[in-house]
Ligand binder design. Structure first.
Ligand code: COA
Length: 293
């Protein structure tokens, strides 16, 4: 039976490849286009990640959950490029990756076209120091939406900065309450918190209470070498009283006790946020440009 959800484009421009695209449904979640081997996709991503240090390792969970995946295969069946699109709270996000030796042949354009079709607004990101990718995205009609500093802290428990006892912290029994508080407290901020099922599964949530009133919240999830802050926000009425610092220091202590760091994201033009995180000891390890079209 012909798989109607798979679209084939044979012999993409000047390189002899086939591009296979799968629009996943709930029934085909996690599936790949017919004939594509997951091991071959993995080999392709591993080559790109090894040869192109400015390209972040693909988030395998996001890839498995993507709504659309497109794979370029050469005539031997080796995967030479992969693109995917996933839903985000701000619309949809695409990621396109082509093996270094096969770039500048129109493959990236072809793969992006496959996964982007019909989606708006569409987001894509790259390291701000990656001029080729920046130029590619601009030529594909994206415009710079903002720049985010990825920051981290690695310290010993004794390096955790002191915090005022301006609130008391609790682990919420109801994660939905923490997510709803995060949405309220972070309204109008950018970058938006990254809230998702994956984060919840290996995550940590803490709520700061001022008396009987919730004042702030922190959601984070564990990566291999750090706790990544998905969202940290204090309700406007409680800002400026040390609640954010208390929440951050709590996670820093927890991370330091198990020998890992803490990472968080602050917008490049958020002077107050940057000064706050730098005083806690965070430093910028990556400058990430977000594009939108
Ligand atoms: C970004 C990326 C996917 C582009 O892939 P690509 O296959 O090189 O893309 P294309 O060939 O379609 O386009 C790249 C350039 O080659 C040019 N080009 C296309 N066909 C060409 C040809 N036959 N001869 C010469 N140049 C050509 C395009 O005009 C384009 O120029 P531009 O960047 O100035 O607009 C690739 O560089 C990559 O994998 N980067 C690392 C992954 C990454 O960071 N992805 C994030 C993006 S979401």
């Amino acid at each position: 039976m012909v798989d109607l959800s798979t679209h084939r484009v044979d012999f993409c421009q000047s390189v002899r490849v086939r591009v296979l695209t799968l629009h996943r449904s709930p029934l085909t979640a996690g599936a790949w286009p017919e004939g594509v081997s997951v091991a071959a996709v993995e080999r392709c991503l591993a080559v790109i990640e090894a040869r192109d240090p400015l390209t972040l390792p693909a988030d395998r969970g996001a890839l498995a959950a993507a709504q659309v995946v497109s794979v370029a295969c050469d005539l031997d069946g080796d995967v030479v490029g992969v693109a995917w699109r996933r839903a985000t709270p701000e619309g949809a996000q695409v990621d396109v990756r082509v093996k270094p030796g096969l770039r500048r042949h129109g493959l990236g354009t072809q793969l992006l076209g496959e996964v982007a079709a019909g989606a708006a607004p569409l987001w894509a990101g790259c390291d701000a120091a990656h001029p080729r990718v920046r130029r590619f995205l601009l030529h594909q009609g994206f415009a710079l939406a903002g720049v985010v500093f990825h920051q981290r802290w690695d310290g010993e428990p004794r390096d955790v900065p002191p915090a005022f006892a301006s609130a008391h912290l609790e682990t919420p029994s109801d994660l939905a309450m923490a997510v709803s508080l995060l949405r309220d407290a972070s309204a109008g901020t950018w970058p938006r918190p990254a809230i998702g099922a994956v984060e919840a599964a290996n995550g940590r949530a803490r709520i700061a209470w001022h008396g009987d009133a919730p004042a702030g919240v922190l959601l984070a999830h564990r990566e291999s070498d750090a706790w990544e802050v998905d969202g940290l926000a204090v309700l406007p009425a409680h800002r400026g009283s040390g609640v954010g610092r208390l929440l951050a220091a709590d996670l820093m202590r927890f991370a330091a006790e198990s020998g890992v760091g803490v990472t968080l994201r602050v917008a490049q033009d958020d002077d107050a946020g940057l000064s706050w995180s730098q005083k806690l000891g965070f430093w910028t390890y990556r400058t990430w440009a977000m594009y939108r079209r």
